[in-house]
Design a protein around this ligand. Structure first.
Ligand code: IMO
Ligand code: MG
Length: 337
């Protein structure tokens, strides 16, 4: 039986530097020993794009949890979907870089994304909704229709997880709260549950959940279609400066992300619905680079004269409005540290 579970969740539309947060947590040691015995993904597939820095080396992962970079068993859960070819390619990348790829295991009940699913996504959804074209919606459709293929019937036996969990586990979320199929603005969502309760699908009860680390950015970004993010945002001169300084391009698709000032009411809602205990707000240095300190709050645009004034305001609002939060951290380190 697992002892304690911590969860990293995205508080926006994905791309909140969850990879950075999860990677930092995974490296934790207590008394000289690794704190986590497992790192697991619970949702999504290769639509995720997590940028991980180990020292100077940069790795971009889509399906494999970051535990493998720290010698920790890494599990792909039963509520994920997996495209075998992309998975094997990522395993090769990891073992060529000198990491132990045999630490990565896939739940027997993980559903398989087929090439046919990817074709269908490209043909029907990628233009309409701006999906990542990774076959996500067709694979989850097949799962719900109970016509899908399972990992245990497709992958080689040695990649299949035996279902054992013990000690401490870190769950690495993919996407973010506003892409959740239930909470987001349907159909401008992904096909899985991004909220932390869904991590229990890996096989533990809610009582073992300890910390919920909510990752956000000090400004909002969106890849893909969304009525909240009209394409006119791409032409806004100040927001373009933020996009360039923050290198806001998709890890999975290479697309330019639409950028807007932080919607603080939405962030507060996301913190509350996720039950985040620790909030990490990334990329504060980017607003310093462009010397613009703005956000939306209660239908107003607020302008601050420094990042300090802005973060004091944000922290005060979060502490007042979000009763489960015990820490708020503003990160100024470059994305990749
Ligand atoms: P990470 O884990 C940003 C978006 C797509 C599209 C919508 C549906 O890197 O934060 P899908 O391919 O899932 O059917 O696309 O969701 N999307 C993401 N945006 N980061 C992600 O993951 C995303 N995964 C999906 O752009 O709008
Ligand atoms: Mg992404």
């Amino acid at each position: 039986m697992v002892d304690k579970v911590d969860i990293v969740v995205g508080l926006a539309w994905g791309d909140e530097a969850k990879g950075k947060v999860a990677n930092q947590l995974a490296s934790r040691r207590v008394g000289g020993k690794r704190y986590y015995d497992f790192v697991a993904r619970w949702n999504g597939g290769s639509n995720a794009g997590h940028t991980i820095y180990i020292g100077e080396d940069c790795y971009k992962t889509h399906i494999i949890p970051c535990g493998v970079f720290h010698g920790i068993k890494s599990i792909i859960g039963p509520n994920c979907v997996l495209h075998p070819e992309s998975f094997y390619k990522e395993l090769d990348m990891i073992s060529n870089a000198g990491f132990d790829a045999s630490l990565v295991k896939v739940s027997p009940n993980t559903h398989i994304v087929t090439d046919h699913h990817i074709d269908e996504d490209k043909r029907t959804l990628s233009k309409k909704l701006g999906t990542t074209s990774r076959g996500i919606a067709p694979a989850y459709s097949a799962k719900a229709a109970r016509t899908g293929l399972l990992a245990k019937d497709v992958l080689e036996y040695d990649h299949i997880w035996d279902g054992n969990i013990y000690g401490n586990m870190l769950c690495e979320g993919a996407q973010g709260i506003w892409l959740d199929i239930n909470k987001g603005i349907y159909p401008y969502v992904t096909s899985s549950e991004t909220l932390p309760y869904s991590a229990c699908s890996i096989g533990f009860p809610t009582q073992v959940i300890d910390r919920i680390y909510g990752a956000a950015k000090i400004y909002d970004t969106r890849s893909g279609e969304d009525p909240l993010f009209p394409s006119s945002l791409l032409n806004d001169p100040l927001l373009s400066l933020v996009a360039d300084a923050g290198q806001e391009f998709g890890v999975t698709t290479g697309r330019k992300r639409k950028v807007n000032w932080l919607d603080l009411n939405r962030l507060i809602d996301a913190i509350n619905v996720s039950g985040s205990t620790d909030v990490i707000i990334n990329k504060c240095d980017i607003l310093q680079d462009v010397e613009q300190y703005r956000l939306f709050y209660n239908d107003e645009t607020l302008n601050f004269s420094s990042i300090t004034d802005m973060t004091i305001f944000v922290e005060e609002r979060i502490r007042t409005m979000c009763k489960f939060v015990s820490t708020v951290t503003f990160s100024y380190s470059p994305l990749f540290v």
